[in-house]
Structure formats: structure tokens, C-alpha cells
Design a protein around this ligand. Structure first.
Ligand code: URA
Length: 240
């Protein structure tokens, strides 16, 4: 059962102003709980079950938010950066009050699926190397990727620092001077996909993440766009 919380704390957490602003709203009689005007800010409420309204507007309380972004190139995947715009800068205030952060990183020049949330437990589950969550990337590579490479990636490759990668699944979509592939990896070393191709003498020209565990990038999201995960997607991630 959800914990009972003080009314003023719930409203302040939801971004309805500072504790002082909230105190005034309550004093002015614009806050109702289950239809009754409440003037005592210390009243205990169950934010998940009680209907709280301010000026008639229902306050939707929730602890966590889960957003899927199609990360554009040129932004960094962190919460703040002294020099560059971050993916968090794209979010509207309605989400910023939850203090979300990117779950994992994509390079500045990488596009694609980025989960943004404030759920630290889920982030840990998805990022922990022990969990080996699969991530699939679409890549355009300067070089001819051939069938022989499938086995090489599957065996694991040695990166520039001597690290031997875990087996990765390479699917060749187009083989030519520039090749198009999908690569699925189960770890997340620094610049991993780029370094895997470097180890066979090829440069990644374009990189886009298309899935993370069971979560797939919504093809209707243009780079820079985001949306909330639906319930099915949240459950898929939590109960893998
Ligand atoms: N591998 C890379 O090289 N870059 C990314 O952004 C993600 C995986």
C-alpha cells in the first residue's frame, strides 16, 4: 500500500510551486481532496488513491516517468554539460520536475533509442553488465562487410585496449563499399560498436540504436522527439 504523505509535500513534489506557494494555495481554499476543501497543509493523503485537485484540475501523482527518445546527433547523453546541449534540454518542464536522467549513453554523433527516466532501480537493472541486456544498433560502415564477418563477431573481437568482447550478432543488410548492418551486443563498453568495426579495419559512418532489451525505437519518432512509454513497454522492461 502506498505511503501516506503530507498534502503540501505531494503538491510541492508535483511541481505546484515551493512549499510556501503550496501553503498559500491550500490556505486560499483551492485545494480539494476527494471533493472536500482542505485547509490543513499537514493533512495526510494517499497520493495514488485520493483525488487531489487544484482549482478543479486533477493532480496526477506518480513517482516515476519513462520516456523513449529518438536521440538526435549533436547532443550529449548526460543531465548537464558545460559546453554542449544535452538530451535533457529537449524535455518539457512537465517532465523536468521528476529529475530524469538518460539510462545509459549514446555518443554525441549516435542517434536512436534512448530511455530517459528517474527510476534508478530500473536503470541499474538495464545497465548492469551482469544482466547482459541486448542492444541492437543499425550501422553504416565504410567497408565491405561479408558473411565471414558474422562468425568473427560471434566469436568476439579484441578491441584496441586488448579487451575481448562477448559474442555479438551481426546481420548484414547490404554489403558494398559502404555496408549496412544490424549489430546486437550484450555489453556497453566505451564506443563499443565503433571500436568493434575498427578492429576489423572499418569505420562506422552512421550509428543508430534501434532496440534495448525488449524495447524497440518507435519508428514514428523523428530525431529529437520523445514520448512516454506505454504500460506494456514499462512492464516488458521491468519484468523481463
Ligand atoms: N557504440 C558506439 O560506438 N557508440 C554508441 O553511441 C553506442 C554504442
Amino acid at each position: 500500500m502506498a505511503k501516506l504523505e503530507r498534502l503540501d509535500k505531494v503538491l510541492a513534489n508535483m511541481g505546484y510551486g515551493s512549499r510556501k506557494d503550496v501553503k498559500n494555495h491550500i490556505k486560499n481554499g483551492i485545494v480539494k481532496v476527494n471533493g472536500n476543501i482542505i485547509k490543513d497543509r499537514e493533512t495526510k493523503v494517499n497520493p495514488y488513491e485520493d483525488e487531489i485537485t487544484i482549482n478543479g484540475e486533477v493532480v496526477n501523482y506518480r513517482e516515476y516517468i519513462y520516456l523513449m527518445m529518438n536521440k538526435p546527433q549533436g547532443l550529449v547523453s548526460s543531465t548537464d554539460d558545460p559546453l554542449t546541449r544535452t538530451v535533457i534540454d529537449l524535455l518539457s518542464d512537465e517532465y523536468l520536475i521528476y529529475e530524469p536522467f538518460p539510462v545509459g549513453r549514446l555518443d554525441k554523433d549516435t542517434e536512436g533509442l534512448l530511455l530517459i527516466s528517474n527510476d534508478g532501480k530500473l536503470a541499474h537493472e538495464l545497465l548492469s553488465p551482469k544482466k547482459g541486456v541486448y542492444k541492437t544498433y543499425f550501422a553504416e560502415v565504410d567497408g565491405t562487410v561479408e558473411d565471414d564477418h558474422v562468425g568473427i563477431f560471434n566469436k568476439g573481437l579484441t578491441l584496441d585496449d586488448g579487451y575481448m568482447t562477448l559474442p555479438a550478432r551481426l546481420e548484414i543488410l547490404e554489403s558494398g563499399i559502404v555496408s549496412k548492418v544490424n549489430l546486437t551486443i550484450q555489453e556497453g563498453k566505451y564506443h563499443q560498436v565503433k571500436r568493434m568495426f575498427e578492429s576489423i579495419g572499418m569505420k562506422v559512418l552512421f550509428l543508430k540504436r534501434i532496440s534495448m532489451g525488449p524495447l524497440k525505437l518507435d519508428p514514428s519518432l523523428e530525431p529529437g522527439e520523445y514520448r512516454e512509454l506505454n504500460e506494456e513497454e514499462i512492464n516488458m522492461l521491468k519484468f523481463r
